[in-house]
Design a protein around this ligand. Structure first.
Ligand code: T4K
Length: 402
């Protein structure tokens, strides 16, 4: 039922707009019959893991889609990052944004490499190249850029910096499958790029990830490393781990990949409905996608400016949660504010003013194939009501907005 006044909001005792919780990150599911066929086939063949047919097919299809020489499928995006970091022999310090999912930083720290957090551009939400250059020390061995929300980093500037300082450059492209930079698919930049196929991602393989690279030697090394260093029966020639993708994951990955155009079209439609319904609202800015590039529109990102909206981002999240819209604050409070980094570098925030500003404003709204146009219109109605006269109501109830 549509609410017409702020008094009807659930936070003031009204009924929640949605009976069931409306999460962000609901998985995109492709053709169910095709998936089940593949799973039956896998069971009939009794081949469940260890470089099976589906994994090989998935790797080939991904490589073709990205126009990249090699794709190495692995069990998740975090392991993909860890493998790339080790294979590229990163050591000492590596420059990364703090405005990312914690896995980017942990993949380094897990290997006793220090993530040095660098600030982002307020408009791009990705690494600010000028600041990257300022953070280079004699201990710096590399840079990992993150294409947050599928928005590519300034690849040219980062490549030039890496070349100038003889640093290795890799990208966390977990959000960026299906996105392009200057017309070329993400997956082709730096020494390697890492994708995540976690359930919440644009395409998923339940859990999963992949490394894309055009470097033959790196490809060989990564393939050894993800399989304990085995180079044939009884022959281990390298230090490795278990990073293999299972066949059931690859079956889901292949099925998802077949629906990629449909997922993209739905996400884009959703984004446009949000754009239309939130237009003109004071203090609410929808993150703009660059229409001249390919985009997957997997994240609907809103920045809430409390001064103009009259309501803080955190209070708006409370309002939405009360209505059963489980919006999220990615990537609040920033990696530098999480352990162990908060204890190691308690003053890191002083060098991260844009990150700190953004983490206090950002809000992620539900999208994907689980969400309809009507639901989006209702979500936007809640936001409109909250922004229109919520502060007045709070004052009347003797609450504060902080
Ligand atoms: N780098 C970047 C930039 C990343 O964003 C990520 C992952 C990685 C690296 C690491 O890749 P992986 O190792 O994960 O492959 C979620 C995801 O778990 C995480 O994969 C993702 N980033 C991150 C942005 O989001 P949480 O802690 O928010 O997860 P959780 O459990 O709160 O779920 C998020 C939402 O999705 C909830 O609203 C519930 C919904 N959901 C989740 C699952 C698993 C569903 O509706 N169905 C599901 O099956 O991290």
């Amino acid at each position: 039922m549509m609410k017409n006044s702020v008094h009807e909001l659930a936070i003031f005792g009204g009924e929640s707009m949605f009976k069931e919780k409306l999460h962000i990150g609901r998985p995109n599911i492709g053709n169910r019959e095709r998936l089940l066929e593949r799973i039956n086939d896998m069971l009939d063949r009794r081949w469940l893991s260890n470089n099976g047919t589906f994994v090989q097919e998935f790797e080939q299809q991904l490589a073709d889609y990205l126009g990249v020489k090699h794709c190495i499928a692995v069990c998740n995006g975090t392991i993909a990052l860890e493998l790339v970091i080790r294979a590229l022999e990163f050591k000492g310090e590596v420059i990364v944004p703090s405005f990312t999912f914690i896995a980017t930083a942990h993949a380094l720290q897990w290997q006793e490499i220090t993530p040095v957090f660098c600030d982002i551009g307020p408009k791009t939400h990705t690494l600010d190249p000028a600041k990257v250059e300022q953070m280079i020390t004699p201990r710096t061995s590399g840079i990992i850029g993150v294409h947050v929300w599928g928005q590519p980093c300034n690849v040219d500037a980062l490549t030039a910096i890496a070349d100038r300082h003889q640093l290795k450059l890799a990208f966390d492209a977990s959000h960026a499958l299906g996105c392009s930079y200057q017309g070329q698919m993400i997956g082709n930049f730096g020494k390697a790029e890492v994708f995540s196929f976690h359930a919440t991602k644009f395409i998923n393989s339940f859990e999963g990830g992949a490394i894309a690279t055009n470097d033959d030697e790196l490809n060989e090394k990564l393939r050894l490393m993800k399989n304990f260093g085995f180079a044939g029966f009884d022959n281990v020639i390298y230090l490795g781990t278990n990073g293999k993708m299972s066949e059931v994951s690859a079956a889901m990955g292949l099925t998802s990949l077949e629906s990629i155009d449909e997922f993209m079209a739905v996400n884009r439609r959703n984004y446009e409905v949000y754009q239309q319904e939130l237009a003109g609202l004071p203090g609410v800015k929808l993150f703009p996608y660059n229409e001249s590039e390919k985009q997957n529109y997997q994240y609907v990102v809103v920045e809430v400016d409390e001064t103009n909206a009259g309501i803080s981002r955190d209070l708006l999240v409370e309002v939405l949660h009360a209505e059963n819209v489980i919006a999220r604050r990615y990537f609040y409070p920033g990696c530098h504010q999480m352990e162990p980094y908060r204890s190691y570098f308690p003053h890191a925030g002083l060098l991260l003013p844009e990150t700190e500003k953004l983490t206090s404003k950002v809000l992620i709204l539900p999208t994907g194939t689980a969400i309809s146009e009507e639901i989006i219109i209702q979500i936007c109605k809640i936001i409109r009501l909250a922004i229109a006269d919520f502060p007045l109501k709070i004052k009347n109830q003797g609450k504060t907005t902080h």
